[in-house]
Design a protein around this ligand. Structure first.
Ligand code: NAI
Length: 319
């Protein structure tokens, strides 16, 4: 029998929840009983200006349906503590943090200014850092926390004109992977999503028929699942778009072993480069931590100490 996913008595902070994906999350969490802090600066796509309206409209909609929510208008970059304070003052603590607020300042790398680069890193990466840092002691003390880092396909694969955004988005993956390890024993689960959805971020760059398949309602089920009591995973990355939910993982090829004799040269790599990039040969791995090097130790320990390059290393792989 499937269990219902409930957020009754859970306090959820969602940054950038005045529109787009964040608004969808806020409505869906509230429907399932959460007490929601709807944070939004209410600025433009590039982060300029501010308004209380964006957050207030979402809070009013939640309340009109009988839910519980409170607005917060702080900037995640300059007053993350203020966002946490709204949660603590109104609801006593925080259980779930959705790092979602974001801006775009796209430009080809040649034209990108340092300010465009650092402004985007500030909101996505430093904003997520500051609010997560503020919430962390609460998560540890209550032995419970759920965090979503909002990455992007642009971070995983790169995207023309988005060097700043890509850098910030992949940084959030590494940030989350480490917090997943540090939070494990305190039941703090941290996962990253790389969504694609219709919002003001995408509506000018994608054709209308595609956008209609990318409704933000199709992202929220995964976010609720990953932040539920039942969430079975941490430190994972998921791509989510148009109803597709798929995990992304790291893959290391079986690789090329060179010995500390005259085969350990750049020319040896030139000659056998295709072996380094071959994901079909034995020894392919999906590492999840820094010391996932068993394959390396296994193979090299089987080489005779006086090996002169005669042992066939490929025959030792996968053993
Ligand atoms: P959106 O522009 O509708 O939502 C972002 C919200 O963040 C806005 O309401 C904005 O006012 C708020 N915000 C911006 N800076 C803020 C700050 N300093 N403090 C507080 N609030 C701030 O865009 P969308 O699409 O809903 O984006 C949500 C998240 O999803 C972002 O992190 C974005 O990078 C990410 N994402 C979206 C994709 C898409 O296809 N829409 C693709 C990949 C990632």
């Amino acid at each position: 029998m499937t269990q219902d996913i409930s957020f009754k008595d859970k306090v959820v902070i969602i940054t950038g929840a005045g529109g787009g994906l964040g608004k969808q999350y806020a409505l869906r969490f509230a429907e399932r009983g959460a007490k929601v802090v709807v944070n939004d600066l209410g600025g433009s796509l590039s982060g300029s200006g501010n308004s209380t309206k964006a957050a207030d409209v979402v809070v009013e909609e939640i309340k009109s349906k009988g839910g519980t929510a409170v607005s917060n208008y702080d900037n995640v970059v300059t007053n993350a503590e203020g966002i946490l304070k709204t949660a603590v003052d109104n609801f006593g603590t925080v259980h779930v943090l959705i790092n979602n607020a974001g801006i775009l300042k796209d430009a080809s790398f040649k034209k990108m200014t340092e300010k465009q680069f650092t402004d985007v890193l500030d909101v996505h990466l430093n904003g997520s850092f500051r609010l997560t840092k503020a919430c962390w002691p609460y998560f540890k003390k209550q032995n419970y926390g759920r965090i979503i880092m909002t990455a992007s396909p642009a971070g995983l694969y790169g995207n023309f004109g988005q060097a700043n955004y890509s850098a910030a988005k992949l940084a959030l993956v590494g940030f989350g992977e480490t917090l997943a390890k540090e939070g494990y024993k305190n039941n703090i689960k941290v996962n990253a999503i790389a969504p694609l959805a219709k919002s003001r971020m995408t509506e000018t760059i994608m054709p209308p028929d595609i956008l209609e398949r990318l409704l933000p309602q199709k992202i929220s089920p995964l976010v609720l699942f990953l932040t539920s009591d039942q969430c079975p995973t941490t430190g994972s990355i998921y791509e989510v778009a148009a109803g597709l939910f798929a995990q992304i993982r790291w893959e290391r090829s079986g690789g090329l072993y060179l010995r500390p004799d005259n085969t350990l040269t750049p020319e040896a790599i030139l000659n056998r480069f295709k072996d380094i990039s071959d994901f079909t040969k034995p020894g392919v791995q999906h590492p999840v931590q820094l010391n996932d090097y068993n394959q390396v130790w296994t193979v090299t320990s089987k080489l005779p100490s006086n090996d002169q390059g005669n042992t066939k290393i490929d025959s030792l792989k996968g053993k």
